[in-house]
Design a protein around this ligand. Structure first.
Ligand code: UFG
Length: 336
C-alpha cells in the first residue's frame, strides 16, 4: 500500500517506515526534520515539509498516490507540554487538523494516529484497557485526546477509516543498533540514562523515590519501536471502510525507573551515576497497558517485550553512535 508517514523521519515514524518497506509496502516520510533525522530513512523516501503547510501536504499526498496516512508528527514530552501548551496545541492539534483537511482535499480515506497512555485518567485500575476513563492531566495528553476526537468526528461525518494506537513508553532501537532515538532536546528516561553511560551527561536524575510502588520509583510499560511498527502494519492492513478502532500498545509489563537503570547497567557492564531528586510534575505513579484487544483482533505479538532486550538494543545504538545520526555521517564518510 502507498502510505504517507507524516513525521516519518522521527523516532517511531522512521522505525515504522523501515518496517513497512521490509513488509512490501510503499511508504514515504513527510517531515520538516525539526526533530526527525534525514539519515533515519532512505533519501528517496523523504519528502521535506511541514504539517502546518496545507499545500505541501496535499502535494505530497498527490505525488505519492497515498492510500493511507500515518501521523507521527507531534511533540511528545510531558514536562515540555506543561511549560509550552501553545506550542503543543499548535503542532499536535492544528497539525493533525491540517493533515485531515489535506486528506479530504485529496481523497485519502485512511488515517492511523499515534496517541498515548497520557489520554487516560491516572486514577484507573491497572492494566488499562481501551475502555478506561479518559481524563488527561497534562497538555501532551489533552492535545492527543483532542486529535482522537477530531479524527472520530471526521470519520462519522466524512466516512474516513481510522486506527488510533495509544502507545505506552516507546523505547529501544533497531535490533542491529543502526537506527535509534536521537532528539535535539531529550527528556525521556532510557536515552538519558544511556547518554550518562557514554559520558554525554554527568548522571541521570531519578524523579522521586517516594511513590507507592515496589521500590518507590515510577512504573512504566516500555514497548519496543519495532513492535509499534508491527502494530501499525497490522492496523493499516485490517482497516474497514468508514470504521475506526482504538488500540493500546504496550508490553503489559510494569518496570520501575530503578529497574530500567539496573537493566541499562547490566547492558553497559558498569555503574551509571544517578541521583534522586523530587517528583516531576505531571507524572503518574504507574502506567501499564492491557494490549489484549490488539492481540485478539489483529494478532499483534510483541517480539521484544522484555526490558533487557529493549535497553540492549538501545545500548547498541548509543554505544556505536553516542552523538546519534551525526556520528553515522562521520562513520560513513570514513567508510567511503
Ligand atoms: N524519569 C526520570 N528521570 C529522567 C526522565 C524520566 O526519573 O530524567 C522518569 C519519569 O519520571 C517517569 C519515567 O522515567 O517515571 C519515564 O519517563 P519518560 O519521560 O521517559 O516518559 P513518560 O513516562 O513521561 O512518558 C510516557 C509516554 C507517554 C505517556 C506518558 C504519561 O511516553 O506516551 O508517559 O505520563 F503519555
Amino acid at each position: 500500500m502507498k502510505i504517507l508517514l507524516t513525521g516519518g523521519a522521527g523516532y517511531v515514524g522512521s522505525a515504522c517506515l523501515r518496517w513497512l518497506l521490509n513488509s512490501g509496502h510503499d511508504p514515504y516520510a513527510f517531515d520538516d526534520l525539526s526533530e526527525g533525522n534525514r539519515d533515519s530513512v532512505p533519501a528517496d523516501r523523504l519528502i521535506e515539509g511541514d504539517i502546518q503547510d496545507r499545500e505541501a501536504l496535499e502535494k505530497a499526498m498527490r505525488d505519492t498516490g497515498a492510500e493511507a496516512v500515518m501521523n507521527f508528527a507531534a511533540l511528545a514530552s510531558v514536562p515540555d507540554s506543561i511549560r509550552l501548551p501553545e506550542l503543543y496545541w499548535r503542532i499536535n492539534v492544528f497539525g493533525t487538523k491540517n493533515i485531515l483537511d489535506a486528506m479530504m482535499a485529496t481523497g485519502v480515506k485512511r488515517i492511523l494516529f499515534s496517541s498515548t497512555a497520557a489520554t487516560y485518567s491516572f486514577d484507573n485500575e491497572m492494566p488499562l484497557t481501551e475502555e478506561a476513563a479518559l481524563v488527561p492531566k497534562v497538555p501532551y495528553g489533552t492535545t492527543k485526546l483532542a486529535c482522537e476526537k477530531m479524527i472520530q468526528e471526521y470519520s462519522n461525518a466524512y466516512g474516513l477509516s481510522y486506527a488510533i494506537l495509544r502507545y505506552f513508553n516507546a523505547a529501544g532501537a533497531d535490533p542491529d543498533g543502526e537506527f535509534g532515538e536521537d532528539r535535539h532536546h531529550e527528556t525521556h528516561l532510557i536515552p538519558l540514562i544511556l547518554q550518562a553511560a557514554v559520558g554525554k551527561r554527568d548522571k541521570i536524575t531519578i524523579f522521586g523515590n517516594d511513590w507507592e510502588t515496589r521500590d518507590g520509583t515510577c512504573v512504566r510499560d516500555y514497548v519496543h519501536t519495532s513492535d509499534l511498527a508491527q502494530a501499525h502494519q497490522l492496523a493499516v492492513e485490517n482497516m474497514k471502510p468508514g470504521e475506526g478502532e482504538i488500540f493500546n500498545c504496550g508490553s503489559g509489563d510494569g518496570v520501575t525507573v530503578q529497574e530500567v537503570l539496573q537493566a541499562c547497567e547490566n547492558a553497559v557492564g558498569r555503574t551509571i551515576p544517578s541521583e534522586i531528586c523530587g517528583r516531576r510534575p505531571g507524572d503518574p505513579a504507574i502506567l501499564i497497558a492491557s494490549s489484549q484487544k490488539i492481540k485478539d483482533q489483529l494478532g499483534w505479538e510483541p517480539q521484544f517485550p522484555k526490558i533487557e532486550d529493549i535497553v540492549g538494543s538501545a545500548w547498541r545504538w548509543h554505544e556505536r553512535y553516542p552523538h546519534g545520526y551525526k556520528d553515522k555521517e562521520t562513520v560513513h564518510s570514513q567508510d567511503t
